[in-house]
Every structure is written in C-alpha cells, then in structure tokens.
Design a protein around this ligand. Structure first.
Ligand SMILES: *Cc1c(COP(=O)(O)O)cnc(C)c1O
Length: 400
C-alpha cells in the first residue's frame, strides 16, 4: 500500500466557519501531548475556565468546553434541560433554530415554534405572546447569531422575557462568541453554547458551554437521568468541576484544548470589546465594497452580524461557478446559501483571525475580478476602492 502524508492547500477562509486559524494556535496544537490527568494539564484546564468565563462574560462555575463540535454543545443544553413532556418555546429564523426543535422533539419534549422569516430577527412580541399562551413552558430557546442568514437577534430582550415568564433560556452563541457583544451574566442567560471555529478561530471540534445556577438546579432536580451518557453534565462535572477529583470520564482532546486555550489567550490580549469593534469596523469596509458591486444584504442594517455577511448573488451569475473560481484561482473560500437561501446568496465570513483589512481587500478584489470576468457588468477595482474610502474616512489606528 502506498501511503502519503496529507498536505492541505493554504486557503483564506471567509465562509461561515471554520475561519482561518492563527499561526499561534497552530503552533499550540503541535505541542507535546501530555496525560489528560497530568497536574500540568489540570492547571491548563483551570486557566481555560477563567478565559472562557471572560469570553462569555460570566462567573458561572460550570463553564467548560464540551469535547465535540458546536452541535454537541447544542445537544448538551437540550439533553440536560429537557425532559419528556416539557414544553419548550423554540424560535426559528434560519437553519439552526430548526435543529433546536429537532432536539426538543427527539427528547420527548413539546416544541412550541415561534417562526420568523429567514433574514429577520426573532420578534420579541411573538415570543411574549407564546410565553403568555403557554404558562407551562419551561424553556425559551433561540439562536443569537443565525449563521444561515447573518441576523443578530436581541438576546438581552429575549432572555429578559424568559425570566419574566419564569422560563430558563437556552442561547446558541456559536457564531456570536468573540465577534459580537454577548453578556451571559448581565443578560441572565441560563444555558449557552458556542463553537471554536467561528470567531474564536481555533480548529473545529470543541464547544464552550456555560450554565447558570438556575440551570444546574434544574439539571440536579430532573425526574429521570439524562439519556445521553457522554453529555450528562452530572458526570462531566466530575472531570471539569472545581475542586472535583478530576475523575476519568473520557479522554480529553488534549492538543485541541491547547489550541482553544491559545485562541482565548489571544482574545484576552486583544480585549473582548476591541475584538467586537474590530469585527464591526471591517464589516463596514466589506459592506462598502460589496455594495459597490451592487450586492444587497439579506438582513436589515441594524440587525446585521458583522462576522457573517449574507449578500445577494448578482442576477445572471452562477453561484457555484464563482465560488469554484475563487477557490481554485485564489485559494479563497466564501460560503454558499443554506436552505431557503441556497443559490441566492453568498455568506462572507469575517470571523476572528480572518477579520482583518488584508482579507477584506483580498476578498473584494478577487470577487470584483471574477464578476467582471463573468460579465456581471461591474467596473474593475470599484470594490476595493470603496473599502479604501471607508478605511480612510474611519481610521482605527489600533486595529490591524
Ligand atoms: C456552526 C453553527 C452550529 C454548529 O456548530 P458545529 O461546530 O458545526 O457543530 C450551531 N449553531 C450555529 C448558529 C452555527 O453557526
């Protein structure tokens, strides 16, 4: 058998995730593997908890990375908090809300769906009406940053409503963490999950989660054990819990955790507010360029996520052809539309390490060239020029 090492190409990742991983994180991943119960590793885990608490803006003791991707963070929240017969109000305004409903139903819960159009935010009035109509509801679940459309819902208001109606909240913050304001304690979120490959710019495969005291009380007061053994937080807490004996639960993905740790160190060095501002700043530059190419955003201006720009594909232009050219000729990945938006939009990510001026200009320049080439009737160089005008008018010396 002929075996060969796999050497991936050098891409620029500007889709919905994974995003470009910083060389510092890649270097951390390559450090020597040590035992997952080694005292030095345990020290790193304690440190990691503090860094995650900072990223989530929480003092929650139960703030840990689940050893699996964002979808497993989602399942961790639902499988621990939903019991058969529980009513959960699930907001759907894109792909990921639909998966929440699936989770609830597979657990024997009753999903009450509050639906909003793709590209729109979750409507707090509809949520309040559902809460009023369902006093038996135990949980309100919604997606903060809907990656399928680029809409940012008002998590603060939605969580406040959940509290007013005596519900727990489950919030999907996979794409928001690190890229857009998220304040777990100030807003009073009970259960939140994220991912490592979006604005944290670590490789995929881990899911930071955080649970409030109220959520933990609900888990401890369950009528029946959690049906998933692997995701049962009562067991996971024995490994990650403070003062826990660090009993063996599963073998932690040691090197991947080094990578996440380093990405959180980078975030702390920059400062969370600076990271949010950097994402906003470069988003505005990208926007100027995309609009110069005649593209329109799916989401209304005030509701846009800076890190996920969903824009209309110009009339007569073939989605796949453009993305293939970007990848083959320029090593640039942008995202396709999902579900209802497939073939109609592109999703351009500006996440974490990938969110920088060089990338904004590179993406606009290549897109401009390919579109001009395919006869989209755009003038050469207009997109980058528009972004440069923005940068000149809104200088941010501190930002890369
Ligand atoms: C990416 C994403 C997920 C799923 O994360 P995976 O790591 O792919 O499992 C869930 N929710 C949202 C909003 C996402 O963007």
């Amino acid at each position: 058998m002929k075996a060969q090492s796999f050497i991936p190409p050098q891409r620029t990742l500007m889709g919905p995730g994974p995003s470009d991983v910083s060389p510092r994180v890649l270097a951390a991943l390559a450090r020597p593997t040590i035992g997952h119960l080694d005292p030095e590793f345990v020290r790193m885990m304690d440190d990691m908890k503090g860094l995650l608490q900072y990223a989530f803006q929480t003092q929650n003791e139960l703030t840990i990375p689940v050893s699996a991707p964002g979808s497993a963070g989602m399942e961790t929240c639902f499988t621990n908090l939903v019991e058969p017969g529980d009513t959960v109000i699930v907001c759907i305004n894109g792909v990921f809300g639909g998966r929440m409903k699936e989770n609830v139903e597979r657990l024997g819960g009753i999903a009450v769906v509050v639906e909003d159009e793709w590209g729109k935010v979750v409507d707090p009035d509809k949520v309040e009406a559902a809460l009023r109509a369902h006093p038996e509801a135990k949980i309100l679940a919604f997606v903060h940053a809907e990656t399928s459309t680029g809409a940012r819902s008002d998590a603060e208001t939605l969580v406040r409503l959940a509290r007013e109606y005596d519900c727990l909240s489950i919030v999907d913050a996979v794409t928001s963490l690190g890229g857009t304001p998220l304040k777990v304690d100030e807003w009073g979120i009970d259960a939140v999950y994220s991912g490592t490959q979006k604005c944290l710019s670590a490789p995929p495969g881990l899911s930071p989660v955080s649970f409030s005291e109220r959520a933990i009380a609900a888990i401890k007061g369950r009528r029946a054990p959690v049906t998933s053994w692997f995701l049962d937080l009562n067991l996971v807490m024995g490994y990650w819990g403070s003062g826990a004996k660090r009993a063996y639960h599963h073998t932690a993905p040691v090197n991947n955790l080094y990578g996440l740790h380093e990405s959180l160190v980078i975030l702390a060095e920059e400062g969370l507010e600076n990271s949010w501002e950097r994402h906003r700043h470069h988003h505005l530059a990208l926007r100027a360029g995309l609009e110069a190419l005649g593209m329109e955003f799916v989401v209304a201006e005030d509701d846009r996520l800076p890190q996920l720009n969903a824009v209309s594909i110009p009339a007569g232009i073939d989605d796949q052809q453009v993305r293939t050219r970007l990848l083959q000729d320029f090593n640039l990945e942008i995202g396709a539309g999902l579900g209802a938006l497939a073939g109609k939009v592109w999703r351009i990510g500006l996440m974490g390490h990938a969110c920088k001026r060089d990338n904004v200009e590179f993406c606009l320049d290549t897109l401009n060239r390919v579109l001009a080439d395919l006869g989209a009737g755009v003038e050469e160089g207009v997109a980058v020029a528009a972004a440069q005008d923005f940068y000149a008018s809104a200088p941010q010396a501190a930002l890369a």
